[in-house]
Design a protein around this ligand. Structure first.
Ligand code: GLP
Length: 234
């Protein structure tokens, strides 16, 4: 595991963008695993800039997002589809057909999980997976206690996760109770993983990860079992 300690959010975003840039220069048709949340926004800003300057291109890039809320249409301003459009996709030269995000409004959600996992298998493996981490150590929406062998599945969100994410909604009652997420094994199948974490609230999860602990009570700790992980934190 490569561990990079930074002093600012900007430094984390800058370093992360260098890793993504290198990946895209080495392999133009990379399959990228992408995350939502406030953590990767700075990284995405750098990628937009690099794309505008002609230093990287997304024209052959394929993306898979980690997760989506159940019940939110793509057009809902808190859906992860909407987030990705606003924070990255609409500003770069990616092709719509190369973007993959699970649908949280599919009639048959179990079938949607299966379909997503099959797409991952067909187009993957993911070359580089960008990850954030929840305050309780979740990755994607894999809450504490999730089986490490899990694949794309439906989860009931922890109350603490709903509270943490309520800041983006008018009130906590509007935060969906369920989500569809890539499983822990689906994430571990990626060739490389880049974990980003910044701030006091993430400190505990990161310290436990860096202690080498591996437990299903702390989903992010599974990264201790992966052979190519970079952690940038501050
Ligand atoms: C969200 C997402 C995760 C994200 C995490 C941290 O609920 N499902 O993919 O990494 O929580 O979010 P943030 O970056 O806003 O702290």
């Amino acid at each position: 595991m490569e561990i990079i300690k930074v002093n600012s959010y900007e430094e984390m975003s800058q370093k992360a963008s260098e890793i993504l840039q290198k990946q895209l220069l080495e392999k133009q048709n990379s399959v990228l695993g992408l995350a939502t949340g406030s953590t990767p926004i700075g990284l995405y800003e750098h990628l937009i800039e690099l794309n505008k300057e002609g230093k990287i291109s997304f024209k052959d890039v394929v993306t898979f997002n980690l997760d989506e809320y159940v019940g939110l249409e793509r057009t809902h301003n808190q859906s992860y589809y909407y987030f990705m459009q606003e924070q990255l996709f609409k500003h770069v030269d990616i092709k719509e057909e190369n973007i993959h995000i699970p649908s949280g409004v599919a009639e048959d959600l179990e079938a949607e999980c299966k379909r997503y996992e099959e797409q991952l298998k067909a187009l993957g493996p993911v070359d580089l997976q960008v990850l954030g981490v929840g305050v309780n150590g979740h990755i994607g929406f894999n809450e504490p206690g999730t089986d490490f062998s899990s694949r794309t599945h439906i989860v009931e969100l922890d109350q603490s996760t709903r509270e943490a994410n309520a800041r983006f909604f008018n009130n906590i009652d509007e935060v969906p109770t369920h989500a569809i997420t890539m499983g822990i094994q689906s994430i571990m199948d990626s060739k490389k993983i880049l974990l980003l974490a910044f701030g006091e609230s993430k400190k505990d999860a990161i310290e436990r990860l860096l202690s080498g602990e591996v437990t299903e009570d702390l989903p992010v700790s599974v990264l201790n079992k992966h052979s190519n992980v970079t952690v940038i934190y501050g």
